[in-house]
Write a protein that binds this ligand. Structure first.
Ligand SMILES: Cc1cc2nc3c(=O)[nH]c(=O)nc-3n(C[C@H](O)[C@H](O)[C@H](O)COP(=O)(O)OP(=O)(O)OC[C@H]3O[C@@H](n4cnc5c(N)ncnc54)[C@H](O)[C@@H]3O)c2cc1C
Length: 409
């Protein structure tokens, strides 16, 4: 990548926190109750909850904690995932749509509760979330989504005006949402995990699993043993053929920038249903507000991957939309898109003690909190009934060639 683009090539979250320095695996003879592979929001949330609920747990990451997708997000904690509830009610039924909404509201509450409990300065800030459109012909979709969300108990309403200096014909507002600093929160949780007896190995890459009553996890650095495994590695590193044609990777980009007009920073969090997608919120850098301006999502393809083009589009659009003082940072990452707009979490088909949690459709931050809680419930013998429709068993019945797959934004 050339350096002619404005902004330092690092996320606001990585820039404003210390890098972790947990040890590499050398030898470890412990038979763990749970080994968690992958230290993003899924892995850290799962490891913390498991250890606190009495499971002897190790967390490994091939690199450093919270530096991949979770370190390169826009960090909205929300049950508002574009337009989803009308679609879910029509395609999965009201009960599943309600579970989806409640799990995400609970995920937001869990971050608030854990930040308070462990005195983690996570920048958790209650904020309304908006989906807007500039297209009058899309207003009916917006209004339908408001009604669908309300019918599920979400505090949603329709608003005609938004505070952004961008064209809008109308928007959905969800109350009781929040924004936060994902690394500050999760680094705090990882610290509590270790203080309570959990083990973290960084720069430890899992390459294989030999299933058994006690599973063996092969890593490039040595072997670990565990009665349960959670693959929290984004796309699972083991047995991922079940996801073929049922999951794809979406890349997204973001900038952090300062504005000349200090009153122009929004209080709410925004996303548009229009193309090109834009996602906007405020945050804090060195005690001053910054604007996070993201979007440019597209399907990942190795042959046509051109991040410079998408950064340039985003930077040009930021300058068109706002009186920008300085573009400070820019970052990108990918997330996994499921074929039916619902994440995949639970035990793997034919392996009841090997779990996966992925496919968050670029909305994993609140999801991961409650998805991993349900996995720990399952390990402890009290499976949560609400979680079943999100399980991996549904992959067995999914059509191998899915025409809807790439329309599941
Ligand atoms: C630009 C952008 C903006 C986003 N904005 C939002 C938002 O506002 N709100 C929201 O809810 N979601 C958002 N998302 C999505 C959200 O960030 C993700 O859903 C979430 O971070 C995924 O977390 P994860 O733990 O599953 O994966 P990751 O954070 O990618 O963690 C996986 C970890 O596994 C490790 N790993 C992989 N393979 C192995 C292996 N073999 N052995 C050991 N370790 C391994 C990796 O090093 C990595 O640390 C956004 C995503 C992007 C890209």
């Amino acid at each position: 990548m050339t350096t002619s683009l404005e902004g330092k090539d690092v996320s606001l979250w990585v820039e404003t926190t210390e890098q972790t320095n947990y040890p590499k695996l050398t030898t470890d003879d412990t038979v763990y109750d749970l080994v968690v592979v992958g230290g993003g929001v899924t892995g850290v949330a799962a490891a913390y909850q498991a250890q606190m609920r009495g499971l002897k747990t190790a967390l490994i990451d091939k690199s450093r904690l919270i530096e991949w997708t979770t370190g390169n997000t826009t960090a909205k904690l929300t049950s508002q995932h574009y337009l989803i509830y009308n679609y879910l009610i029509e395609n999965q039924g009201e009960a599943v749509a309600r579970s989806y909404a409640e799990a995400n509201q609970k995920g937001i509450d869990m971050v608030a509760m854990l930040s308070k409990k462990h005195q983690i300065e996570s920048e958790f800030t209650p904020t309304d979330a908006y989906v807007y459109t500039a297209k009058p012909e899309k207003i009916d979709d917006i209004k339908r989504e408001v009604e669908a969300a309300k019918s599920l108990g979400i505090a949603a309403d329709y608003v005609e005006r938004i505070e952004l200096p961008l064209k809008s014909a109308g928007a959905i507002r969800f109350s009781h949402q929040a924004q936060f600093h994902p690394r500050k929160f999760l680094l705090g949780l990882a610290k509590v995990f270790v203080e309570n007896g959990g083990m973290i190995y960084e720069q430890t890459e899992a390459t294989d699993i030999t299933p058994g009553e006690v599973h063996s996890i092969t890593t490039k650095q040595g072997e670990l043993r565990a009665r349960h495994i959670l693959q929290a590695s984004g796309e699972p590193f083991w047995g991922n053929e079940i996801f073929k044609n049922r999951m794809w990777t979406k890349m997204s980009y973001a900038l952090a920038l300062t504005l000349k007009d200090p009153s122009a920073y929004p209080k709410g969090m925004y996303i548009t249903t229009d193309e090109p997608m834009r996602t906007i919120r405020s945050a804090i850098y060195k005690s001053r507000p910054v604007l996070i301006f993201g979007g440019e999502s597209h399907e990942y393809s190795e042959s046509s991957f051109d991040p410079e083009l998408h950064y340039k589009n985003l930077i040009d659009d930021a300058h068109r939309s706002y009186d920008v003082e300085e573009i400070l940072f820019r970052w990108l990452a990918g997330d996994n898109m499921p074929y039916d707009r619902m994440p995949y979490f639970g035990a793997m088909p034919d392996h009841p003690t090997i779990y996966v949690s992925t496919g968050y459709r670029a909305w994993g931050l609140a999801w991961a909190m409650s998805a991993t809680e349900s996995i720990i419930d399952d390990i402890l013998g009290s499976p949560a009934a609400w979680a079943k429709p999100f399980g991996l068993e549904r992959l067995k019945d999914a059509p191998a060639e899915n025409s809807n797959l790439h329309h599941s934004m």
